[in-house]
Design a protein around this ligand. Structure first.
Ligand code: MEV
Length: 441
């Protein structure tokens, strides 16, 4: 069968599946079985998922776990996390418990401004463009009223529009650089709709602006789009305690642990190779909550990593210090999140996750997500600077290896007990399974 096809999106779901399995799979029956195994038996739920995107053939499951005991600004949370990596939820729970006994996490939203830009080309006199922008600015706002009035009635909307001259870097390139407050919405649709309206008004009004020459009247709009770089939509999360309260591991004194921890953070602050992995650990926590609450993890990832590079070199998002016998560990991170719109009213598990979190506002969710990131980072650095990461990681990974070998319930019981006191490695697990199976033959 040909591997190209016209009009695929117009085929029925079952015809799409037939084409896929017959074109790409040696055993089309097996492939079809796997695809159908993941269909939801509730037709309404399946239809909902079918309609999220184009060409849905099945559902892709991730586990939804929960990490309890998070004390954030004196309120307790159980945090939902959607993630496949074995040790992440366990690490979050451990960090939550650790800080629960030491006053919990303190958080604060620093700012909530989001940015969108109309990128355009104009090759005339800049002073005339400035005059035009100043005269048209009220109209940019008034002609977008039909889009902004609801948001404004709730206290949000367009905060400002600036004209920015970018011609030093690219000939003829200017922007309408707009800032927005989108309250509990992530705001992508709101911002993009406003920007497209600004662009339309801007272009139309230029045609009738008397000071412009005929050529200058032709403003070329290149595109109108929000920015996922949100350095002014920022949240801070922190933990702290007396150094001598950092007890929990006999192998290392609290002082030595605190010193090593701060050194590990200092290394991530100045060494990009380490910073990327360090921040990846933070994103383990952040992405999992962002996904569970139906937010756009690609937007969050892009914005966070850009922020980590804002000083010209990629660096750690978190920081730590010891001062007057007090250990502090904190992070400021940009997070554009929503708790209304998008998937929040559609996906039953997203609704469930938001209810579990006491129906947070976007600001509250920013704080919860930042805490999940900081907790994850704390857990990773604690392991890295004491036992090493593999001990805990492989313990959690044990079940995956056992499942790869299709271990029975009884085999799993025996081997998880055995590996409570023995180091887990892939080869050690394989040896143990083989020995067990030979014994029982
Ligand atoms: C693994 O998913 C994350 C870590 O590598 C993070 C880190 O090194 O800090 C453990």
């Amino acid at each position: 069968m040909s591997k190209t096809i016209a009009g695929f999106s117009k085929l029925s779901k079952s015809k799409k599946i037939d084409w896929i399995v017959n074109t790409y799979f040696s055993n089309s029956d097996d492939a079809k079985k796997i695809i159908k195994q993941y269909w939801n038996t509730n037709e309404k739920i399946q239809q909902l998922h079918d309609e999220f995107i184009e060409n849905t053939i099945t559902n892709y499951y991730l586990p939804l776990g929960v990490a309890p005991n998070f004390l954030i600004n004196d309120r307790l949370y159980t945090i939902p996390m959607a993630i496949e990596e074995s040790s992440v939820v366990a690490a979050a729970s451990k960090a939550a418990k650790f800080w629960l006994d030491r006053g919990g996490f303190k958080t604060e939203v620093i700012s909530t401004t989001k940015i969108g830009q109309v990128h355009f080309i104009y090759t005339g006199d800049f002073n005339k463009l400035k005059t035009f922008f100043n005269s048209v600015k009220p109209k940019l706002l008034s002609e977008s009223k039909h889009l902004t009035k609801n948001m404004e009635s709730r206290g949000g909307g367009v905060l400002d529009i600036e004209l920015r001259d970018k011609t030093e870097n690219l000939e003829g390139y200017y922007q309408l650089h707009a800032s927005f407050e989108t309250l509990d919405a992530m705001g992508a649709n709101f911002i993009n709709s406003c920007l497209e309206q600004f662009a339309k008004t801007f272009k139309n009004e230029a045609l009738g602006f008397d000071l412009f020459s005929e050529e200058e009247k032709q403003i070329h709009i290149v595109m109108s789009i929000l920015s996922n770089y949100v350095p002014n939509c920022l949240v801070r999360a922190e933990v702290g305690c007396k150094v001598n309260e950092l007890t929990e591991n006999d192998s290392i004194s609290p002082q030595e642990f605190a010193n090593k921890f701060v050194q590990a953070v200092n290394i991530a602050e100045i060494e990009p190779y380490r910073a990327v992995t360090h921040n990846k650990g933070i994103m383990n926590g952040i992405d999992a909550v962002v996904l569970a609450t139906g937010n756009d993890f690609r937007a969050v990832e892009a914005g966070v990593h850009a922020y980590a590079s804002r000083k010209g070199q990629y660096s750690s998002l978190s920081h730590a210090k010891i001062e007057n016998g007090i250990f502090s560990f904190w992070m400021e991170i940009p997070l554009a999140l929503g708790t209304v719109g998008g998937l929040t009213k559609l996906h039953p598990l997203v609704k469930l996750s938001l209810e579990l979190l006491h129906h947070p506002s976007a600001k509250e969710l920013m704080q919860i997500v930042a805490v999940a990131g900081l907790a994850q980072n704390f857990a990773a650095l604690r392991s890295l600077t004491t036992t090493g990461i593999q001990q805990g990681h492989m313990k959690m990974h044990l079940m995956n290896i056992l499942n790869q070998f299709e271990a029975s319930k009884e085999e799993k019981n025996i081997l998880t007990t055995y590996f409570k006191t023995n180091a887990v490695s892939h080869s050690a697990v394989v040896d143990a399974i083989n020995k067990l199976r030979i014994k029982s033959e």
